[in-house]
Design a protein around this ligand. Structure first.
Ligand code: NAD
Length: 322
């Protein structure tokens, strides 16, 4: 593959930093744009000083004028704790961020990929969800800033294609986990692992029978890169996620077992608008991208647990000094 100059917005975040690693490993030049609202310099520390890596602190709600060959638009807080902290900013990031990045792609005539989400399906009535399902989202609930923001962003992407002929790609990401998730963002995998490693009770919201499918980050990034590599006209939306379902209770048990923790399991009330079931139909990803996930949950959990062990150990001397 020829070397390209690739813009990754949200490149300091969990998924963005793994994407940047992959693109650098493939020999590309990467311009990472992030305002560090939720991301962390730690995620990209190892790349600072790399001759093909550049970091720009910038908020995508403002226009950006740079020269690149491809754009991956990932900037957006992704966990409910973070996106509900400043819901107006969340909608602005999704909508104005999409407008600004699409404007840039239009000026440069380059392909642009949008990191959308399974949340566009809301609390679905069909199971598993395929891309033809229009979703069931509460437009006035506390999750709407994220769900509706992402839905509006998808609309903008498809309108830019219809109106301006842009080469767009839309990936609908299902729950993804792995190293560099934020320990404090309330996402279920990181929550459980950190609680287990600290020997604290594991908190399950609801009765634990709600199911989720968990995709390991390397699989997800592979799907994203494959989608970007498709011919113009292959727009998606494409579901990328792991269709193997686990209940939240099963995830808690696996985490306790793999960490060797003594943690107990505690149950709390389910938050508003929490979807009961979410599982991707990955037919389009399989047939159109030749993509299927490869990393089984246990293997991915082990790598993620090893990462969080390192994070907690690094914090320990600081805790002692405080
Ligand atoms: N992780 C998942 O399971 C998942 C699932 C569905 C969709 N997604 C989508 O993938 C993308 C990345 O998610 P993530 O899990 O890496 O989240 P993350 O919070 O770790 O990363 C998001 C990054 O965007 C940056 N950002 C936020 N607002 C910004 C702004 N206005 N300008 C510039 N940068 C900004 C943050 O600082 C952060 O580095 C998001 O768009 C998210 O909606 C993720």
């Amino acid at each position: 593959m020829d070397m390209e100059r690739v813009l990754v917005t949200g490149g300091g975040g969990f998924l963005g930093s793994h994407l940047v690693d992959r693109l650098i490993a493939e020999g590309h030049e990467v311009l990472c744009v992030d305002n560090f609202f939720t991301g962390s310099r730690r995620n990209i520390d190892h790349l600072l000083g790399h001759p093909r890596f550049e970091l720009l602190r910038h908020d995508v709600t403002f226009p950006l004028y740079v020269e690149v060959d491809r754009i991956y638009n990932l900037a957006c807080p992704a966990s409910p704790i973070h996106y509900q902290r400043d819901p107006v900013q969340t909608t602005k990031t999704s909508v104005l961020g999409a407008i600004n990045m699409l404007g840039l792609a239009k000026r440069l005539h380059v392909p642009i990929l949008q990191a959308s989400t399974s949340e566009v399906y809301g609390d679905p009535e069909v199971h598993p969800q395929d891309e033809s399902y229009w979703g069931r989202v509460n437009p006035v609930g506390t999750r709407a800033c994220y769900d509706e923001g992402k839905r509006a962003a998808e609309t903008l992407f498809f309108d830019y294609r219809r109106q301006h002929g842009l080469d767009i790609k839309v990936i609908r990401i299902f729950n993804t986990y792995g190293p560099r998730m934020d320990a404090n963002d309330g996402r279920v995998v990181s929550n459980f692992i950190v609680q287990a490693l600290k020997g604290e009770p594991i908190t399950i919201y609801g009765d634990g029978s709600q199911t989720r499918s968990f995709c390991y980050v390397d699989d997800l990034i592979d799907g994203m890169v494959r989608l970007m590599g498709t011919k113009p006209g292959f727009t998606g939306p494409v579901n990328v996620g792991n269709p193997v379902e686990f209940t939240i209770a099963e995830l808690a048990e696996a985490t306790v077992r793999l960490t060797g923790s003594q943690s107990s399991i505690e149950y709390r009330p389910l938050p508003a608008d929490d979807p009961r079931q979410r599982k991707p139909d990955i037919g389009i990803a399989r047939d159109g991208l030749g993509w299927t996930p490869h990393v089984p949950l246990e293997q991915g959990l082990e790598k993620t647990i090893a990462y969080f062990r390192g994070v907690l150990e690094a914090q320990r001397p600081l805790d002692r000094a405080a």
